[in-house]
Design a protein around this ligand. Structure first.
Ligand code: UDP
Length: 265
């Protein structure tokens, strides 16, 4: 197994499937099945799930409401998604714990780092709800922070595109995928892998990120087995299967780029 402990970030929006809002049951079960497979293979799995399928703080501003209030609403949305994923995993027989950045004691444990570590060691899938529990952050930041705190080997950012591209592949057919790239290159080329706070946390703590297509069946399992899936972001452009000291490859074609894994998520 290539990784011992992973942090999987799933966007809330991806949970909508083909719907306009909320949770698509098939998509939810598909994600739960992917997580179950890697957890049963012996990988310690932590999950952060977004809330964009229900509410985002910025929407509150658009309604003329208070931003901070909106952010708390967004955090609660992530708890709803986390509860759904927890339930789906348990239906498949996978033990889970939901730890929340906001205290909601009837439905989840409060986030306590040592507890999270212990649950992971015991093989429970740990879902972190309510982001980091503070407004003006995103669940990408929560994913980076929690991954660093629990000493995960990698942040796996599941999107609907199979990696980071030289340009947005949904708009530019000539765009090519980077198999791997450095943190510095992502910044230089202005590629929007995660929001800057989340990205900087990973960079400063030398925590690799892999952006990959979570909707392709078996992809998570392939990643765990060390196959080259998606785009690996590291300090030195290490390749998926090679010595981390090895220098990174360049993609076949270069374009100036504003591709966004976030927009693609
Ligand atoms: N949020 C927040 N603090 C956090 C995490 C999330 O305030 O630590 C709020 C924020 O308003 C955000 C919303 O919760 O827009 C939902 O999370 P996010 O947008 O990251 O979800 P995703 O885009 O992954 O679906």
């Amino acid at each position: 197994m290539k990784y011992n402990r992973i942090l999987l970030k799933l966007s809330g929006e991806a949970l909508m499937g083909k719907q306009q809002y909320g949770i698509d049951a098939d998509r939810l079960m598909q994600y739960a099945e992917e997580v179950r497979a890697v957890a049963e293979a012996g990988v310690q799995v932590a999950v952060v799930i977004g809330g964009g399928n229900i509410f985002r703080g910025v929407q509150a501003e658009a309604f003329g409401l208070d931003r901070v209030q909106g952010d708390y609403m967004g955090m609660l949305a992530t708890v709803i998604n986390s509860m759904a994923l927890q339930s789906a995993l348990e239906k498949l027989g996978t033990p889970t714990r939901l730890l929340s950045g906001l205290t909601i004691q009837r439905v989840c444990e409060p986030y306590i780092r040592r507890r999270a570590m212990r649950h992971l060691e015991k093989g429970r899938v740990v879902i972190f709800g309510a982001g980091i529990g503070s407004p003006y952050f995103t669940t990408d930041s929560a994913a980076s922070l929690r991954a660093i705190e629990v000493e995960a080997d990698v942040v796996l950012k599941g999107t609907r595109v199979d990696g980071i591209y030289t340009a947005d592949p949904e708009k530019d057919p000539t765009a090519t995928r980077y198999p791997q790239i450095t943190f510095d290159e992502v910044m230089e080329k202005n590629l929007n892998v995660m929001d800057m706070t989340a990205f900087t946390l990973c960079k400063e703590n030398n925590l690799p990120i892999i952006v990959f297509d979570m909707n392709k069946e078996g992809n998570l399992r392939r990643l765990i087995n060390g196959e080259e899936v998606g785009t690996l972001v590291t300090m030195n452009g290490a390749q998926h299967n090679l010595d981390p000291k090895h220098g990174g490859l360049q993609p076949d074609v270069h374009h100036s780029s504003t591709a966004s894994a976030d927009q693609q998520a």
